[in-house]
Design a protein around this ligand. Structure first.
Ligand SMILES: *Cc1c(COP(=O)(O)O)cnc(C)c1O
Ligand SMILES: [Zn+2]
Length: 430
């Protein structure tokens, strides 16, 4: 049973049947999947969802796929109360949605790729590909390997080793392009047309983007069929933020959660913040930038869906802020030290921005707050390696250990921790 009606242009409302197209024939706006919510009412319930698999496919009724073909172990990631981090920030109801452990390549991209590749197989494609800042390439390559499809991943030339090797290991053809992500994306549009491949975030974009809703559905279900008052979300191309908002609206529409006016906030790196700039200006024109930040996975200077991020943020009553590279690194370390989660710079950006919004008083400390952690720190060692002090090596002798302790004795463990807390600078503690 599918509740999909077809594709509908987000701008002019032009409708076409389900097919591998993404640009409106009438006005060049983006197509989006349209569902028959009236038919879903009373049929899609909390119980029917809870009876589904413990993967993103438990929300299949909200996705444009007849039969899942991959992603059987993706999604349904932890949603945790961040008690220790909350204490540091003075927040009593702080939560983390943690896609840093999403399966199999440790980012939110499993969600969009699972839907896009399932749809690509349904359409009869035997070759898939993507334009990526790293995580999408990792995920597309892994899911293509699982599904037995040919795969081409296109990336900017200067990505972190964890992202490059993290794709190559799955055996795709990787093309490194001398240019920014925006150059890569432009090339991929031509490739999709010329070679007739399923480029997941280009010609399969209407299906791809729907997968991102599952991040929002999971927050709502795991929060006890409630919506958090504040959700802070990173913005790159602008897929996930509007789709979390859409997920919340769909659950409200079907009566699965109460409408408490959930506010959505966009987080970008200061070195690539075209959407946040537009939010601050109050004008929905996104001026392209040339990225310069360690947060490479979200460094998209000309985001395809930036306009929709702007509107979701404004419509919800949220806001946007950006974080500098040092603030991003400090937030990565704070999250690791307080919650045992190692995220990549995208997650550091989101936490740093959440802290800013709390400091500004835009997000009240006693209300429910979700920080969206979307990627894993193990893939971006480069981001922190200059900020962590590597301990000196000693011989395996108790006397050397005693001496080491004595050398560091001026600072005992608790003092060191207090100093760390105060300064946020690295201290090596045994
Ligand atoms: C892709 C990505 C995002 C968000 O990208 P959108 O294009 O805005 O959906 C956020 N975090 C990480 C780690 C990513 O890889
Ligand atoms: Zn149109």
């Amino acid at each position: 049973m599918s509740y999909v009606i077809g594709l509908k242009c987000k701008e002019c409302g032009h409708r076409v049947p389900v097919s591998p197209v993404h640009v409106c024939q009438a006005c060049f706006g983006p197509y989006e999947v349209e569902y028959d919510y009236a038919a879903m009412k009373g049929k899609v319930t909390r119980e029917s969802i809870a009876a589904g698999p413990k993967s993103l496919w438990r929300y299949k009724d909200f996705l444009p796929v007849a039969e899942p073909k991959t992603g059987f172990f993706s999604g349904f990631t932890p949603f945790r109360k961040a008690v220790r981090l909350g204490k540091e920030l003075g927040c009593s109801d702080l939560w983390i949605k943690d896609d840093s452990c999403n399966y199999p390549t440790y980012s939110y991209k499993e969600r969009v790729v699972s839907v896009a590749i399932s749809k690509a197989i349904e359409f009869g494609f035997d070759t898939v590909g993507c334009a990526s800042t790293g995580n999408l390439a990792n995920s597309t390559a892994a899911h293509a390997a699982m599904a037995g499809l040919r795969c081409y991943v296109m990336i900017p030339h200067d990505l972190e080793q964890g992202k490059v090797l993290g794709s190559l290991i799955f055996g795709p053809t990787m093309v490194r392009i001398r240019g920014t992500y925006d150059d890569v994306n432009r090339l991929c549009t031509e490739i999709a047309d010329k070679y007739g491949w399923a480029i997941v975030n280009v010609n399969l974009r209407p299906y791809y983007t729907e997968g991102a809703k599952t991040y929002g559905f999971e927050i709502a279900e795991q929060f006890g069929w409630r919506l958090p008052q504040h959700t802070v979300v990173p913005t790159a191309g602008g897929t996930i933020l509007p789709k979390i908002y859409k997920a919340y609206r769909e659950f409200i529409e079907l009566g699965l959660v109460e409408d408490n006016g959930p506010k959505i906030y966009s987080a970008q790196a200061a070195g690539c913040n075209p959407v946040v700039k537009a939010i601050h200006k109050g004008i929905d024109i996104i001026e392209p930038q040339k990225p310069n930040t360690i947060a490479k996975s979200i460094a998209i200077g000309n985001p395809a869906d930036g306009y929709y991020v702007w509107h979701a943020v404004k419509d919800s009553g949220g806001w946007g802020e950006s974080a500098t590279d040092p603030e991003i690194v400090a937030a990565i370390k704070l999250l690791a030290r307080t919650e045992g989660i190692w995220t990549e710079p995208a997650g550091g950006t989101t936490l740093a921005v959440a802290m800013k919004l709390i400091q500004q008083g835009r997000i009240p400390k006693n209300e429910s707050i979700v920080v969206s952690i979307t990627g894993n720190g193990l893939k971006t060692l480069e981001a922190v390696q200059n900020d962590l002090v590597q301990p000196e090596a000693i011989e395996a002798k108790i006397s050397e250990f005693d001496e080491l302790l004595a050398r560091q004795g001026s600072q005992n463990l608790s003092e060191a921790k207090a100093a760390d807390r105060a300064s946020r600078k690295p201290v090596s503690v045994i």
